[in-house]
Design a binder for this molecule. Sequence first.
Ligand code: FPP
Length: 243
Amino acid sequence: MTQPASVVPPRHVAIIMDGNGRWANARGLPRTAGHKQGVEALRGAVRTASELGIEYLTIYSFSAENWSRPRAEVVFLLDLLRRFILQDVAELHRANIRIKVIGCREGLESDIVALLEHSEKLTRDNTGLTLIVAFNYGSRQEIARAARSIAADVRAGLLDPEEITPELIASRLDTVGIPDPDLLIRTSGEQRISNYLLWQCAYTEFVFVAEHWPDFTRESFEQAIAEYRRRERRFGGLAAQTA
Ligand code: FPP
């Protein structure tokens, strides 16, 4: 299928909010100040996505690999998530935003799991933007969980190996029911995917922006979308003029 991206707005935008530490270092501030400012940029990005009519926004708030950071930074990031939920969920709910959390909840502190569940439950019937928070998320781990669940069904005689299709695998991922991202934005100049939505990004357009995440503004978001609109999405097919 060939689709000129220029006429199709991105339904789903995924963001890797990178560069908080460098933003802080450049100002002689502790890394935690960068994360704090990152939350402000996140609030702005959610507002922008909502106003632009984007249907799904996925944010990488804490990766499965982030546990290897110094203990004090991990504790700070966990507290930031707690505070973000406590302070912002009511307002997100009022703005008709639906929250969904992806990632592994096993082994997380129980109050965090309760907060994540509360925010999903409170907002589940909202019909505006779906904000997908990737927390303790790693794509390889997600795919391994899906593989384990399929293998268990095969072992129980509920599934024939012949029935394992890409659609079946997608239906066992945390993102079941969510369309694949059209656009992935990574800030701070790094050009990597870092174990984020590996399955889901098979045909996603990537836009890398130089700014660190705390400097990501509405204008940066609009520019990334403009860049996406200039791309031609072929999904493995041929260019429009040669089809
Ligand atoms: C990457 O910057 C950012 C993170 C690992 C955390 C992202 C978190 C936020 C933007 C705020 C928290 C959001 C919620 C919902 C709690 P980095 O630390 O890797 O920066 P660096 O590459 O410059 O060191």
